[in-house]
Design a protein around this ligand. Structure first.
Ligand SMILES: NC(=O)C1=CN([C@@H]2O[C@H](COP(=O)(O)OP(=O)(O)OC[C@H]3O[C@@H](n4cnc5c(N)ncnc54)[C@H](OP(=O)(O)O)[C@@H]3O)[C@@H](O)[C@H]2O)[C@@H](O)CC1
Ligand SMILES: Nc1ncnc2c1ncn2[C@@H]1O[C@H](COP(=O)(O)OP(=O)(O)O)[C@@H](O)[C@H]1O
Ligand SMILES: [Mg+2]
Length: 279
């Protein structure tokens, strides 16, 4: 199993071209949040903005517009009940995150299907949280999606998708399961020392800590990954760098803090990214 260490960051995070504009750094759509899970949309979109995404739009329920605009004014909001507007945003985005805080509902299922049917090979979809749960519970076919696909289950979500009990989630079993479920996708199994499975490659990050075991930490990761793909393009290296940075910053917080709050992690992303290119 290949180990991912800090060197991945300098490979991916590059200085910006002075002659550039926000369109160069990715149009991200985050389909997230619901009446009981507003924070997931805030954390995912905040992480995307703070990780350098050019433009971030959140498709969510209108009850959450005010809190979103207050917490992350850089992000725009659309109503995911409005099919036309949501479809338009899906087609215009480079990266689409679907799932954090969405909840289990017919709406979630229809949003998943709309994203699958209306994306092309030049786009990337990140399935997380409720979207992963719906994929497993509704047997939604994700084997041949035109877009790049990234799945980010924790071990419980992966158990639902792979039908592998957590103790049986060995690298061989995980590889077999992902090659059956979605062969060309990139799988992250989130755990202590999270693993990446992509085209038969298996790698593991050498960072992360138990202070990260708090609600919202995975929602946050989706935003970091989305922003990295939006800026640096879809590749195993780009995703590995996002995954590593998320834990790397958490480790530095954990040196002095009993828990790693997602908002604290997010606030430290811009300086951490800058420190990689000024070394
Ligand atoms: N502020 C917000 O808006 C937040 C919104 N959130 C949103 O909540 C939605 C549900 O996401 P979720 O992960 O909380 O619940 P779910 O998918 O039902 O899985 C839990 C089940 O799996 C099991 N389990 C086994 N291993 C596990 C593991 N390693 N990690 C976790 N669970 C593990 C676990 O076992 P148990 O704990 O019961 O022993 C339990 O039975 C989703 O949309 C998410 O975005 C959250 O992000 C929080 C902050
Ligand atoms: N003990 C741990 N050691 C390292 N990383 C952890 C630990 N516990 C949780 N994490 C990380 O925290 C995140 C939790 O993701 P997830 O359960 O989806 O959170 P949420 O859905 O509440 O946002 C994952 O990235 C996981 O790797
Ligand atoms: Mg999660």
């Amino acid at each position: 199993m290949r180990k991912i260490d800090k060197s991945i960051l300098a490979k991916v995070i590059k200085p910006r071209d002075p002659i550039s504009y926000k369109g160069n750094y990715g149009r991200i759509l985050i389909i997230a949040g619901s009446i009981h899970f507003g924070g997931a949309a805030i954390l995912s979109s905040s992480a995307a903005v703070y990780s350098g995404a050019g433009l971030v739009t959140v498709a969510t329920t209108p009850e959450k517009f005010a809190s979103l605009n207050t917490r992350i004014p850089e992000a725009m909001t659309i109503d995911y009940h409005d099919q036309k507007e949501t479809l338009n945003s899906i087609k215009q985005s480079n990266v689409i995150v679907i799932g954090p805080g969405l909840g289990i509902s017919e709406l979630t299922q229809s949003l998943i299907k709309s994203v699958i049917e209306n994306t092309t090979k030049n786009q990337t979809i990140i399935f997380d949280a409720s979207a992963l749960t719906e994929v497993s519970e509704e047997n939604i076919d994700i084997t041949s999606i035109s877009a790049n696909v990234i799945l980010t289950p924790h071990q419980g979500e992966w158990q639902r998708l792979s039908e592998l009990e957590i103790p049986d989630q060995t690298t061989d079993n995980n590889l077999e399961a992902i090659n059956k479920l979605a062969p060309s996708s990139l799988l992250i199994v989130k755990k202590h020392l999270s693993e990446i499975y992509y085209h038969d490659n298996v790698s593991q990050i050498k960072a992360g800590n138990a202070g990260m075991a708090t609600g919202g930490m995975g929602d946050t990761l989706t935003g970091v990954i989305a922003a990295f793909v939006g800026q640096f393009g879809f590749s195993e290296e780009t995703v590995a760098a996002a995954l590593f940075l998320h834990s790397y910053i958490s480790d530095s917080i954990y040196e002095k803090s009993f828990v790693v709050l997602p908002e604290k992690l997010i606030s430290e992303i811009p300086l951490a990214m800058k420190s990689i290119i000024i070394k």
